[in-house]
Write a protein that binds this ligand. Sequence first.
Ligand SMILES: Nc1ncnc2c1ncn2[C@@H]1O[C@H](COP(=O)(O)OP(=O)(O)OP(=O)(O)O)[C@@H](O)[C@H]1O
Ligand SMILES: [Mg+2]
Length: 336
Amino acid sequence: MSPRPLIRIEGLARRFPEPSGKSTLTVFEDVWFTVDPGEFVCIIGHSGCGKSTILNILAGLDSPSEGTVIVGEQAIDGPSLDRAVIFQSHALMPWLSASRNIELGISSRHRNWSSEQVRAHAQKYLSLVHLDGAENKKPAQLSGGMRQRVGIARALAVEPKILLMDEPFSALDALTRGALQDEVLAIRRATEQTIFMITHDIDEAMLLADRIVLMTNGPKARIAEIVENTLPKDRQRTDLHKYPNYYPLRNHLLEFLVTRSKELAGGVGAGDPRAPVIIRPVASASTAAETAIGTSTQSSAPYRSRPAPTRVIAHANGSAVAPASDVALKRISRTT
Ligand SMILES: Nc1ncnc2c1ncn2[C@@H]1O[C@H](COP(=O)(O)OP(=O)(O)OP(=O)(O)O)[C@@H](O)[C@H]1O
Ligand SMILES: [Mg+2]
């Protein structure tokens, strides 16, 4: 039985008045999905579809025009230390040391702690992100990657229920980004932290996420489908491409971004928004795994990057196989 979701996003819409004041821009509407406790969920979609707006609403920094976000049993109402945010830029206080930046949040969380307790707690999280020795340095004395590490330590140190990350590594060079992805993966495996993250990087999503939420283009963006990560749980960045499900998964995501996110814009061919379709891209040798979750096995097509026969595995609400109907749903498989 799947656990009770920690986050429930129900019927979310965000509309802004157009500059003329005569009409309204609907950035997204009818957005429904859930995040389980301990789950790592990434959201992918083209620029402007509303990913940051959704994350800001989750953080309590913005309010939806319609719909609700429920965390645990409660609809959220403003920011909370239970939902820590890491933005693309580190947003550290430039006049405070790395340690003091982290201590600020800890002191708000634990108002009765002594300054020694607060400092020791900050040090623990600085060590977790491999910044021992940098505690007294100001942000300007740190590299971009180190600053982002302080941001991660600051967010984790308040021990939030949920970590929200908006393209946290996109401003970093490839090597630093890779190193930080590895660190987040290790921290997440050690802490079972629930994480919701925005990324434009398919490989990053494939490395980190348990599930990948795909949004159609805006305006009126929606959740097109939710893709389960079919790579092994103990995956490593350097080995990703060696797993049999790597290409089916990667090509499915790529094809969505290149073609279907556009085709499905404005709700074209949309199914029930309350139950986004769940897709499990797998290599044909793994059809046993697909069958195990209740689908009829179709004959496998040769590996391809173009659309292949439709396969719907299950609905987000847990019901069984969906009808194989529209252009939204495609299966990519390969013979081995
Ligand atoms: N306060 C605001 N007033 C008016 N329009 C806004 C406001 N905030 C966001 N928008 C609009 O909402 C849309 C979605 O913005 P958002 O930043 O959420 O997109 P995004 O998916 O995160 O894009 P990117 O991938 O480029 O970061 C954009 O068209 C943006 O102009
Ligand atoms: Mg954004």
